[in-house]
Design a protein around this ligand. Structure first.
Ligand SMILES: NC(=O)c1ccc[n+]([C@@H]2O[C@H](COP(=O)([O-])OP(=O)(O)OC[C@H]3O[C@@H](n4cnc5c(N)ncnc54)[C@H](OP(=O)(O)O)[C@@H]3O)[C@@H](O)[C@H]2O)c1
Length: 172
């Protein structure tokens, strides 16, 4: 299974402001959606999923995608998403996707979910969209885990004059 992280970040590595808001650009959102569309298999944490449920449906990853949600809850409202829940963390999500014949997944956050995948070494490539924002007291990309993972820079491209996308390979 090839695992991609797709992350939008402030210049100081925050994935949301202190109140959990994600003030990212339309270009980042469009690029994220297009990438999810290409891969067709998305994994996210329960809290991120619940945020999607509050957004207009045009801001969701394509509801036709298979979306696996990490959660200990027995059920969540599907609201048009094709969702599968797993209580078994990253390994559980990978196992569900493998059984469905998926060869690639996009891990779409949030912090706890990306941190769990990092801790388990289940990440191959990272796309990081840097937005022109500095967020004091924001939510850090990774938290509560001690790892030191070496990356190789692959490429960068502007998504707009304001937003830069960085692409990294995880060294194994
Ligand atoms: N900038 C970006 O690109 C981006 C992208 C996505 C999200 N975000 C932001 O990130 C924030 C949400 O992140 P978050 O860290 O609070 O929550 P999260 O990772 O979205 O969800 C956390 C929940 O997922 C489940 N979970 C996570 N890891 C697990 C594991 N290893 N095993 C089992 N269950 C696991 C648990 O659900 P249960 O409690 O149900 O058991 C946990 O409470 C929001 O503010 C959101 O806006 C930013």
């Amino acid at each position: 299974m090839k695992t991609y992280f797709y992350i939008a970040s402030s210049i100081n590595g925050c994935i949301a402001d202190k109140d959990g808001n994600t003030p990212w650009s339309d270009e980042d959102n469009a690029s994220f959606m297009a990438f999810c569309g290409k891969i067709g298999a998305v994994v996210m944490g329960r809290k991120t999923y619940e945020e999607y449920l509050t957004l207009p449906s045009s801001d969701w990853p394509n509801p036709e995608h298979t979306t696996v949600i990490l959660t200990s809850r027995p059920s969540l409202p599907p609201n048009g998403f094709k969702i599968i829940l797993t209580p078994d963390g990253p390994q559980g999500a990978v196992s569900v996707m493998s059984k469905l014949g998926k060869k690639e997944i996009v891990v779409a956050g949030g912090n706890q979910t990306w941190t769990s995948f990092m801790k388990e070494g289940l990440v191959d490539e990272i796309f990081l969209d840097i937005e022109p924002l500095a967020l004091g007291n924001g939510k850090a990309l990774f938290q509560g885990a001690d790892f030191n993972i070496q990356l190789e820079f692959l490429s960068s491209k502007p998504l707009s004059p304001q937003t830069l996308q960085l692409h990294y390979l995880v060294k194994k």
